[in-house]
Design a protein around this ligand. Sequence first.
Ligand code: F6P
Length: 324
Amino acid sequence: INKLAVLTSGGDSPGMNAAIRSVVRTCAYHNIKCIGVYQGYEGLITGDFKELDARSVRGIINKGGTMLKSARSKEFRTKEGRQKAYQSLMDAEVDGLVVIGGDGSFTGALIFNQEFGFPVMGIPGTIDNDIFGTSHTLGFDTALNTVVDAIDKIRDTASSHNRLFFIEVMGRDVGHIALNVGIAGGAEEILIPEEDLGLDRLVDSLNKSRKSGKTSSIVVVAEGDKIGKNIFELKDYVDENMEGYDVRVSVLGHMQRGGAPSCFDRVLASRMGVKAVEAILEGQSNYMVGLQNGKMELTPLDNAIKGKTKINLELLRVSDIMST
Ligand code: F6P
């Protein structure tokens, strides 16, 4: 192996730049060339490449987003698109590809490998933490800190006005962000897709806590939660069915994906980049690097794509007890 390529794909997440830096510098350390692919798989098809050396990734470890840009490519979903991508890699004499992204990006990488036998390695980058094979995806920790900061601020205004706030956080299919920030932000209730407790129980519980003397409350809602899917309808229902609170909604949105990566994400990104490059150099392919019990481990891409992450039931219980 003489030359590797790295790309970022799907939704960006804090720590992607730190991972790019790590991939590039690990290549430099092992005296192999590295090229950055711009615009995700789109850039693979059009050959939007730039050679990167150790110095070209200076000053990015602390930056959110991704210097390589990210995109969701329709063309890469077609055989013709992937053929073009393969040709671009051949023309540039690239021997292996590191993909930083989520499960959609890994699915593309796996199909690409199956069609052309091209070595691929995945680094899990998404704030949702919804990838099997790693306790933490890149950006998850930073997003938690960003959201907790936002909740703290909303709490100030909630308590000044005796208000009940529904705060929607990201998590398309999973409640990892909601569950963690709910505990850390002192939420009264946490609504996540993995657990459907129903509207009536929610209203009962809010009424009970109101009667117990609480004057303001925060309910954290994962965007993928069934009853929270339309948070404004949820708000109207609760408004009609309970007394004593002025109810408001705050949808945090994409601010959760931005900002400087936390120390944890920078360290994780640096470790993942080293592991990904060294695994390819050792002849491995079709794996994702991940953090398991404090160590860097490889999980077959297929398992990472198909496996489901589980909600920590202990956290659910802690959250219940804390809202007493
Ligand atoms: O990165 C994952 C995620 O943050 C999901 O939680 C959310 O549903 C989605 O991205 C939104 O992404 P976009 O607006 O880029 O399509």
